[in-house]
Structures are given as C-alpha cells and as structure tokens.
Write a protein that binds this ligand. Structure first.
Ligand code: URA
Length: 459
C-alpha cells in the first residue's frame, strides 16, 4: 500500500477502505508517513468530506492508536460513568459547575479536561488558577479519588489517541481544523479512548464556537452521536448558544470566582433572570448527565434535585472536596453574603490594574461577540496561541451587562483586569469591536434576552 495512492483516491472522491485509513493513521503516528503526505490527505478530506464508513474507520483508528483507559473498577450496579465534553467556547465554566453538582447527587465522574488554545478557554487552565491544584494526577490516583469522593478532574492523558494529537497539531498549521468530519472524529476518538460508558456532548454554536450556525452545529452533533452509536457507547448532544460569552466572566481565576458564586446562589438568585444563559446550560447538562448515569429518568425532577443541591450548598462542599483532594489550597473565611464560615479556594488572582469600559451611548446591548472577547483575553496574556505558552491566570473580564440589557451613556459594560499596560491597548481594540449597542425597541431587546440558550438535544 502507498500513501500516494490513498491521497489520490480521496482527492478523486473515491471511498477509502478500512485498511487504507488504518495504514495512513498508523503510518503517520509511528513516523513512517511524513507531514506533507498527511497534510495532503487532510486537505482532500477537508474538501471532499468523509463517507459514514470512512468517518468511523478514521475515528476507530485514532482511538486505537494508543491505550484505551480502563475505568471498569468504578462500575456500580445500574450506574454508568458519563463523560461530559464541550466543543469549546468563551466563558465556558460549565464543567466546573456541573461536576460538583452531579457528584453531590451520587453520580460518579472521572473527567479529563484540556488547556485552552486560541480564543477558546480550557477547563485545565481555570483549575490551575487555584494555587496547588494538581491537574496532572495519574489514572490510579484519579480512580481512587472517584471511589473516595465521587469526582476527579484531571488533564487529558498523554497516553490516549496519540494519532489524534499528532493529526490535530498538523491540522492547526494546515488550515484543516474547520471540517465537521475531522472535528467529530478527533473529539470522539479521545472520548471513546477515555474508558467511559456514555458521552454527553455540549455542542456550542455562535461567534465563540467552532460552529457558527445552528445547522452546522446539528450536523456536527449528529455526526458524533452516530459515531457513538457505531462504537456502542451511548452519546447524546446538547446544542447550546455561544454567541455571547457564557455568564458574567471570561478569564481563568475570574471564572473560578463565578463558579464559586454560582454554587453559592440562594433560591431567589436561582429563580431570577440573573445569569440565565449559564443557568439554563448548567441545569440542562447536569440533568441529562444524571439521566444517562442511571440516577434519574425524569429531567424536570433532576433539575429540582440540582436546585436543592445548590441551595443546600452540597454542590459547593463537593467542589471544595474536589479541590482539596487534588492538593488545591483553600482557607476558611466568613462570607457575609452567605452568612457563614466556608472554605474558599486560594486563587492566582492578583492584578495590578482594573479598568471599567463604559457605554458611549444610550440604548440596548445588541451583541457581545465572544470570539473577539476571547481574542482580547489572549492579548492580555490570559489565553495562548501556542500550546507551550505560559498564561497569566489573573487577567480577565467581568461583565456588568449582557445582551438585551438597557444601558445609559457612561454605564459600565465590563471591567478589564490586567497586569501589563502595554497589552491593554490591543485588547481594547478587540473589546470595542466586540460590543454593539444600539437604540433598538425594548420588545426586540427583551426577545434577545429571552432567546433560548439550550437550542436542541440530539439523541
Ligand atoms: N477539539 C478537538 O479535540 N478536536 C477538534 O478537531 C476540534 C476541537
């Protein structure tokens, strides 16, 4: 078999066989096939797509290119280990909120998370903004921790889906990332290698997501759900909006602060419209996860349990248990707004400067472009363009206004937290471009505010 013939076949839109796909994937992972040939094949796939069979062969070849983790010792009668994965976004702190909630309700979770790259943030970076938190624990420790406290959140193992790692790095430099088939096979190869029983996908759509429109997001979701079916791993996808940053914060330490305040919400806050986008997504994902895990078939009942777990602070205590189990530092403090002594994580959150950005006119916030906000964070040093770059955990944005909110000239839209004055100007140009305020009708603004954040569920 020759790589040349495989490239030619795909270029000419003919279907590749299982053997041909395995030859390309295995040859590239073990260094026998050079970058230039794999790049050509990836571009042919990008342009011509994959048939259903090719897609599955590619996913399975990447899954099988290294270890498949064994989580069987976590198996309990009638229960399933469910993984939750987001296709990425800006201000996406859902995993950090959902995991302690479901773990406090008896759902065991052993989850791997990645670092942020480009304009999208990564859960691993957010956790590393907690002093001492060890994201790099090994699988044995992770399994023991799940047996002990029901939850662990660790970095993506370097021992799984090695072919995907190499291929993804190549796609990043050859303009072949934005292909639904390649994204689906890349994500599913890693998820299928992570040893879980079921997979729940949060497929984001909007300016701050890979998928810019709902049709493409549905296509990506269906593609991944089908791969899951063929692999006999139940997979469900929730399509959620990422047109504006999720919640009120974007950054690393600043998002951990929002996680803390979310998990300490009282009944009134949970029932109000405050943080509606984040609440809608968190409740849906957590309720679906409980159902898939075998801990409650009725989604509405699950949502009631989630509500209780938050107001009783069970979910918050589980979050602290998780941090402490992975060596994150906490300290006890009296919190006036909660009215009791609680453990708090110690954060790398010291910034030299804070600047409020004000509305230039009266009107309503029509849009906040998440991609540009993510890019502004990279300018401040809070995100990275290369995998090996260090980041500044403390910088970020706190939003005082969200899409649909009424503003008066001079009102604060957001506060920028930063450490380097030279980086501020660059970031500011992205922020200026990101925020659009106009004098639209109030009804229209309310419509924007009430737009559903959970768009669809694909089984
Ligand atoms: N995330 C992945 O893991 N792979 C992709 O191709 C895109 C996003």
């Amino acid at each position: 078999m020759r790589m040349y013939d495989i490239i030619e076949k795909k270029r000419d839109k003919r279907e590749l066989t299982k053997e041909e796909i395995e030859f390309a994937v295995n040859g590239y992972s073990n260094g026998e096939i050079p970058d230039y040939q794999m790049s050509a094949l990836l571009m042919a796939i990008y342009l011509n797509g994959l048939t259903n069979l090719e897609l599955v062969y590619l996913t399975f070849a990447m899954r099988d290119s290294a270890n498949i983790l064994d989580l069987s010792s976590l198996k309990k009668e009638g229960k399933y280990i469910v993984d939750k994965h987001s296709t990425g976004g800006v201000g996406d702190k859902v995993t950090l909120i959902v995991l302690p909630i479901v773990a406090s309700l008896g759902v065991d979770v052993c989850k791997m998370s990645g670092k942020g790259l480009g304009f999208t943030g990564g859960t691993a970076d957010k956790l590393e903004s907690i002093i001492g938190y060890d994201i790099n624990i090994d699988l044995n420790r992770a399994i023991n921790q799940v047996k002990d406290i029901g939850v662990c959140l660790m970095s993506q193992s370097s021992d799984i889906a090695i072919a995907d790692k190499k291929i993804y790095a190549l796609r990043d430099t050859t303009a072949t990332v934005e292909s639904i088939d390649l994204i689906a096979s890349s994500i599913m190869s890693k998820k299928l290698a992570s040893g879980v029983d079921k997979i729940l996908l949060d497929v984001t759509v909007g300016s701050g997501a890979f998928m810019k429109n709902v049709d493409d997001a549905k296509k990506l979701a269906k593609t991944m759900v089908n791969i899951g079916k063929l692999a006999k791993v139940e997979t469900k996808a929730v399509i959620t909006s990422m047109s504006e940053p999720l919640g009120h914060s974007v950054g690393n330490a600043v998002e951990i602060k929002e996680v803390i305040s979310f998990l300490l919400s009282d009944e009134e806050t949970l029932l109000s419209d405050y943080n509606k986008d984040l609440k809608d997504v968190v409740f849906e994902i957590a309720a679906q996860m409980m159902k898939m895990a075998g801990s409650g078939d009725d989604i509405e009942e699950n949502k009631n349990k989630i509500f209780e777990s938050i107001v009783s602070k069970k979910a918050y205590h589980k979050f602290i248990e998780l941090i402490q189990a992975q060596d994150g530092k906490t300290y006890e403090v009296y919190m006036d707004w909660v009215g009791e002594n609680l453990e708090m994580p110690v954060l790398k959150d010291k910034v030299k400067y804070m600047k409020e950005i004000h509305a230039q006119d009266d009107g309503f916030v029509v849009s906040i472009n998440s991609k540009k906000i993510g890019e502004a964070l990279v300018c401040l040093g809070g995100g990275r363009l290369r995998k090996d770059e260090d980041i500044d955990y403390a910088v970020g944005f706190e939003f005082s206004k969200k899409v649909g909110d009424k503003v008066k000239k001079g009102d604060t839209i957001l506060t920028v937290l930063y450490n380097d004055k030279d980086k501020f100007e660059d970031a500011f140009s992205y922020i200026e471009e990101a925020i659009y305020i106009d004098n639209i009708e109030e009804g229209l603004a309310n419509g924007l505010k009430q737009k559903p954040h959970v768009i669809d569920i694909i089984y």
